[in-house]
Design a protein around this ligand. Sequence first.
Ligand code: PEP
Ligand code: MN
Length: 352
Amino acid sequence: MLVVMKAQATPEEVQAVCDQITRLGFRAHPLPGAQRTAIGITGNKGQVEAGSLEELSGVAEVIAVSKPYKLVSRDVKEENTVITFPGTNATIGGRDLAVIAGPCSVESREQVFAAAEQIAKAGGQFFRGGAFKPRTSPYAFQGLGEEALKLLAEVRQEFGLRIVTEAIDSEALELVDHYADVIQIGARNMQNYSLLKAAGRKRKPVLLKRGLAATLEEFLMAAEYVMSEGNYQVILCERGVRTFADHTRNTLDLSIVPAVQRLSHLPIIVDPSHGTGKRNKVLPLARAAVAVGADGLMVEVHHSPDKALSDGAQSIYPAQFEQLMDECSQIANVVHRNIPRGIQITEPAAAR
Ligand code: PEP
Ligand code: MN
């Protein structure tokens, strides 16, 4: 259910409706929009009695949301969600595209600083690097853990780049929430509902990667899990799905970008690195992702990919990243978007 408030409804009236929803045993999600505030109602206690809400002051109408995802849906919030990073000019979901770049894994100080320097120089705004790695083999490099998170925090300090890194379980989530700017939930965890709910209780933006075999609806329902706990800052990420095609690691499903944008107000970015698994295909698919209307890109960059401890074959060289920024910027302009060059720090970050 969704309560649509009148355009002139006061904050007190919005609060009174939220209180009534809570009294009825449901959860209220006030979602302010440009024209009016809508209040999403969630909970698994059955149907809400519309009558008791319709009569409250400031209420325009109470409507049923027929889709299984509610808070994620454009029915609940028409305008695109734009995620901001206080103290910087970086945004995700607005006219500006977000470019997130960095190595697959954090391996050493030298490695992250070498990558970050080049990425910042080429105009990237976000830095990625795994501290906790979900590897197919238990014998493969599992990540440096908290030590890596500390290095990522140093990167932010040195270059201003905002940090995106994955939480693979609830223990990692606490640490990632402490050190990073964006909490990544990986493809393998897209349906780890307890982790999604735990991330939903955090207040940092969550970057949710599409599961290896997830349908559009399953993907949106995973985002709904995060939002149902009160974290409305979710970024979706297409990273390829399993198909019979074997010329690439995964099949990058670019058609999901406009499909998501039609149904949801959440930003959706594309990861052509995991989406193809091959260095020579990252640039062409990055260009295509921007052309199809993605809200950003996530790409793996390594200064010495042959020596990378994970995903070297799909990691591009810093010079290729520069080319990507240049070409994607031009394509962004064609579709009336923009790739901002570099991050501007408008306010020094609070001590962490
Ligand atoms: C990653 O971003 O390094 C990663 C492991 O991604 P995914 O979850 O998409 O495989
Ligand atoms: Mn990787």
